[in-house]
Design a protein. Structure first.
Length: 67
């Protein structure tokens, strides 16, 4: 498998913990980013992208960070 970009936002640290576990499972072939650190131009340098964000309230995903 090629390089993976994991882009996540975490309010309380739970999503960050999950992102770190995904990166660990990728065997060192993953880079972690927050949304403000990653741009669409960077996507071409990765063979896979994973996105994570917490759900808010009635299981709605937080939209502000990923706009």
């Amino acid at each position: 498998m090629g390089k993976i970009a994991i882009v996540y936002w975490s309010g309380t640290g739970n999503t960050e913990a999950m992102a770190n576990l995904v990166a660990e499972g990728a065997g060192g072939s993953a880079d972690l980013f927050t949304p403000d650190q990653f741009s669409p131009d960077q996507a071409a340098g990765y063979s896979a992208l994973a996105f994570g964000c917490p759900s808010m309230g009635a299981e709605q995903l937080d939209e502000a960070e990923f706009e």
